[in-house]
Design a protein around this ligand. Sequence first.
Ligand code: ADP
Length: 696
Amino acid sequence: MAGWLDLQTDERDQAVGACALAAVFTVCAILTKVINDVTGVPTIWLGNGLLVGGLLALRPRWGVVMLVLSMFGDVMVDLFTGRSLKAMIVYPGLDLIETLLAVWIARRFWASSLRLKNIRDVISILAFACIPAVAIVGALAGLANVLFFGREFLISYRVWFFADLLGVCMTLPATMVILDPRHNRAFQRSLGEHMAFYGGLAGVVFLAFLQPTSPLSFLIFPALILATFRLGPRGAAFGAAVVAAVALPMTLQGAAPALLNDRWALVDRLQVLHLFIVTVFITSLAAALELSKQASLRRLLVRRDRIARAARAKALAANEAKGQFLANMSHEIRTPLNSILGFTRLLSDRQDLPSDVQRQLRLIDQSGESLLTVVNDVLDFSRMEAGQIELDIRPTDMRRLVEDALAIVACDALAKGLDLRLEYDGPVGQAHLIDDRRARQVLLNLLNNAIKFTAAGSVTLRLKIAPLKPGIDDIRVEVADTGVGIAPAAQENLFRRFSQADSSVSRSYGGSGLGLAICKGLMELVGGRIGVTSTLGQGSTFWIEGRARTTAASARAAEPPAAFDLTGVRLLLVDDHPMNREVGAALLTAAGCVVDTAESGEEAVALAAGKPYAAILMDVHMPGMDGLAATRVIRGLDGPAAHIPIIAMSADALPQHVAKCLEAGMVDHVAKPIRREDLFAKVGRWTAAESKSRAA
Ligand code: ADP
């Protein structure tokens, strides 16, 4: 419907344009003939420029309508002014030829996209279409004058050429910019403003032409330019028409402003005046077209900016959805993993199982651990992409850190018969400010890869610490192996996500291809670098380097796992998932705890209110009252129940999830799949603290 209406409006505009042009054409014909008859002076001919402009700017159908109406008007004027039949046929015929010739040339060279966008377009259409057409038809007119009216060829030619050319220079560009709606978009002004500007301009021209002495004519130009700046290309066109409309009749009446020498003959004065009007018009039009171009560029920029913003918002939403999806997937994988790993470890503790079953249990445990690593890697990576990784900087002894990392992988190296070595070059006992957890993560990734991809030989870790300037050291770690090595082409992509040196790797060695991408991201986060040198078949050396501040504070020693005695500790374990309840209760019971279970938040609140638990282990996602709500209710209970330490036990392990738990009133967080040592340590710490504070 809207489209149909638009079309209707557009058609109406075309019809109005065609009729208006024909009307202006007829008025021009009247004025020209009147001036010619009254003064006997040949004047500028504005008609052909109007016709050419109309045919180029209007749709063909409306162009023809305009042409027919204009020709009709012309004949009518001729009839009323008593022209001879010969003149009534020859001159309109020549006008028609000139018009069609100019339009034909213009269409040939500019095809259908003919628009006046800048002054270059104006000059080219005038120079390449109008001047040739006027020159050719001027010659025909000269001939016709000789043949039919007995006039001199050269004089006729000169009069035709200048009258038509000056007229076309004015009316062709004016018509085209007035009919082009795009030139008007940035210059939508009220009718009052239009009238004020044109009125002011007419006043200036009137004053300038009223008296011959003071050189007020120079004010015409700035006045027209001012109108152009406010009203755009159409303002320039209408403004020039206003100048002509006031100046021409006054000049014909004998006015001779300072612009025109009063000793000149009328014909010369008129010619100079025409030149003046064409000059100020073309100059203001140049400025107006430039302004219009800038305005449309600005509009384009605003539109692009809007599109870019929308695209950004969409990308952010997609990213958020991706993050949410990953968090959900991680939660969904962690929950069954909790049962797999928990029951496997419970079974492994049994002494009565045959050795082949023990081996199979170990394999299940290793597979579960690998799956957990993949889930953790994917989460880490998405956190990194979202810029959510926060560093936890603290005094760390780098040497101790690498020794710990080596100790962790020592079993795997031993199992493969690899020689695991450490080479150290640096100060002794110096602490540095780094995020030890993240540094260990990077080192373990490199060491695990080195062991994974080395069948025989050695894996060597080289740590070099050298002072860069006072208070800052350069730290470089190399992990060199004698393994399979990496082909040069594959080395370039290694640090990209999901990249493995070749596709058979994941089949034979496993892995997600995210480890090195995460290492790179972490190293970049601390302003460091990571790289590799490798020879296929001989081994690889992965290196990381960065700078770290030294500190006088002593590095915190890795906390030795505290040996808590959990015998007789009364606990409430809350989880809606029966398998999680079973595995959690079994682990804790095996450690000597007395465990009650609840399967909902409501049940947990009821039990907590009635029994003196040493701690509550609380799942977070539960139907009905969830873990966070239950915690808030328990914290609001009367009596000692309000102070029971509540430890979250959840598969939601992102920092923001942990923060939410603490906010709700929990004291700690154990991530699922539960690690026995982690669970015991946290339960031990909180129940010991609680019993100490109670004793005090
Ligand atoms: P993945 O979890 O698959 O091991 P990484 O990002 O840690 O992912 O490693 C990506 C790939 O880089 C590996 O699959 C392997 O092709 C190659 N790679 C990494 N370390 C070594 C190494 N020490 N020797 C040979 N190839 C390696």
